[in-house]
Design a binder for this molecule. Sequence first.
Ligand code: ZN
Ligand code: ZN
Length: 237
Amino acid sequence: MFRFLSTALDEFLKVWFQIECPICHGAATLTGLCTSCQPISSLLGPICDRCGTSLICALDVCGDCAELKNRSLDKARSALWLTNEAKALIHIVKFQKRYEWLEVFKSQLVASQFEFIKEDFAITSVPMHPKKFMTRGFNQSEILVDWIIKKRPMKPCFGLKKVAETIPQSLLDRSKRKSNLQDSFNWDKKYQMPKNIILVDDIYTTGETLNACAKVLKKNGAEIVYAWTLFRTMHRR
Ligand SMILES: [Zn+2]
Ligand SMILES: [Zn+2]
């Protein structure tokens, strides 16, 4: 355990005191990124009341949400657009297991102002399958929840589980994303289901993962389920 902590500390120090931007390998500033990889754009302007994507004009919902019926997820909001730079950094976080780089986005995430964030809501991350967790060593969405509840006290809830291994959603096209997740999440009945829940994930693409979680939560007694993600992809697939 001590050895793990000491390695993690070494890694952290290396990251924050190196001078190379991890994305483009140019010279980094104090934030750890270079000036051109720095801009991280937030979602501004009119948004769809349901899924939170930006709209060209002030409609209530976007075309996708107008078509989609029977969605379990009530609303979703995201802090930032997944720009190419952010995507490259998230790739480093997940696949080089450099979770310390998530810190670059921390202040924007916890500063997100969404009307649905209420302190009487319970909060949970989208769970990872235990095998995947063992391989990666962390669940980035759990890290996001930890940051949020330090800034905005909300009750964490633990009963949502990923019970089936699935193909990463990012490798599938839209038509296969829903069936891939069929019965892959479950609620552990030893936990009491909160009435209202905020689900946290790193990236919103088509919302299928969040919706699959919301479906399980509602089936087991939740009334309102909202999603709060760090990023939203700029193009849906
Ligand atoms: Zn750079
Ligand atoms: Zn929408």
